[in-house]
Design a protein around this ligand. Structure first.
Ligand code: ADP
Ligand code: MG
Length: 238
């Protein structure tokens, strides 16, 4: 999926020769210290950030740079952010149906029906007519997940989806993500939730200073980290 990807912000070499393949149905958890390039990595995968060199492919196809191909890419690669990014002036259901009606040109009735199914799936169907500000953070993040799913993405990227939540709301969001993982959704998850990584990840990728330092199964990574950087990181957070 990513081959020899490099990116700079001015003098800062933020992604260094990144090679990463995410197979269909796989859950890859990306962990690493703040500033190591995890968010930038996510953003390059749906071309929110351009790269300087290397290639990124989805299902063997290079990422389209513009036009209709780029719009399709954005629906194929769903993204869930730390800060929810819901549309404040739209209801919960409207947040979920906007993409399908505008981008996928789905009819209103079908979009509403499917939107309600997705809201039920993230256990929030009873809040469909509320506005985001009327919901808790955990509820808003579950709406954001439903909104991403509404585009039928091939892969879902999560960038620290629980970092902005009050502690008691973290689990309800992780539960939804664990269910999705169990259903075979292809996911790349940046998170500090090591319990989730152990439970749901097929593979853990450890990043530091813009590089992938280590890549392993969760069992191996957590019990037997190879690199000093990973050992040091784990000793601080576990
Ligand atoms: P992480 O998500 O692992 O904390 P980021 O990908 O957000 O790391 O950032 C990696 C590095 O790139 C940091 O040093 C950050 O300050 C820098 N950076 C991120 N975005 C920008 C930007 N738009 N312009 C300049 N520097 C940036
Ligand atoms: Mg980040």
């Amino acid at each position: 999926m990513l081959e020899n990807v490099n990116k700079h912000f001015g003098d800062l070499h933020v992604l260094r020769d990144i090679n990463l393949t995410v197979n269909s149905g796989e859950v890859v958890v990306v962990i690493g210290p703040s500033g190591s390039g995890k968010s930038t990595l996510c953003r390059t995968i749906n071309r929110l950030e351009p790269i300087d060199s290397g290639t990124i492919t989805l299902d063997g196809q290079p990422l389209p740079a513009e036009g209709r191909g780029l719009a399709r890419l954005r629906s194929d690669v769903g993204m869930v952010f730390q800060s929810f990014n819901l549309f404040a002036h739209k209801t919960v259901l409207q947040n979920v149906t906007l993409g399908p009606t505008k981008v996928l040109r789905m009819g209103r009735a079908e979009a509403d029906k499917r939107g309600m199914e997705l809201l039920d799936r993230v256990q929030i169907g009873n809040q469909a007519d509320k506005y985001p500000a009327q919901l808790s953070g955990g509820q808003q993040q579950r709406v954001a997940i439903a909104r991403a799913l509404a585009m039928n993405p091939k892969v879902l990227l999560f960038d620290e989806p629980t970092s902005a939540l009050d502690p008691e709301m973290v689990q309800e969001v992780l539960d939804v993500m664990t269910d999705l993982a169990g259903e075979g959704m292809t996911m790349v998850v940046v998170t500090h939730e090591m319990g989730f990584a152990r439970r749901a990840a097929n593979r853990v990728v450890f990043m530091a200073d813009g590089q992938i330092v280590e890549e392993n199964t969760p069992e191996e990574f957590f019990t037997n980290p190879r690199s000093e950087r990973a050992q040091d990181f784990l000793s601080k957070i576990l």
